[in-house]
Design a protein around this ligand. Sequence first.
Ligand code: AMP
Length: 120
Amino acid sequence: MAYDANNVFAKILRGEIPCKTIIDTKHALSFHDIAPAAPVHALVIPRGAFVDAADFYSRASVEEITGYTDAITKTLEALGLKTGFRLISNNGVGAGQTVFHFHTHILAGKPMHALLAEGE
Ligand code: AMP
């Protein structure tokens, strides 16, 4: 799938749509999810134009990947999360991805048990 520069996260990166910023770095941005699925629900996105995790980890430079993982660490610190959180990146329609700019969800604040619901 080609990258669509009009996706909602690209608009957030360009400042065309507001967001509740958590951290803002050279390589990444994190902000609160607009429709939280848990008491804490943040998103971390790279600044570069990458469709999904497969695209990011195959094409991004070492600096971009390091900058991205550093942004996840800084976001966890800003949210006060040391344990009891889940990191998720949905990769493709079949995995439930709806915004096609690579991102990692950080979910916390409620008990989370099985990774997938029964039958999934
Ligand atoms: P996914 O379904 O894994 O692609 O995740 C996309 C996430 O983006 C969902 O959890 C949405 O609630 C979230 N989202 C969509 N639009 C916005 C927005 N304008 N600001 C913050 N989060 C958003």
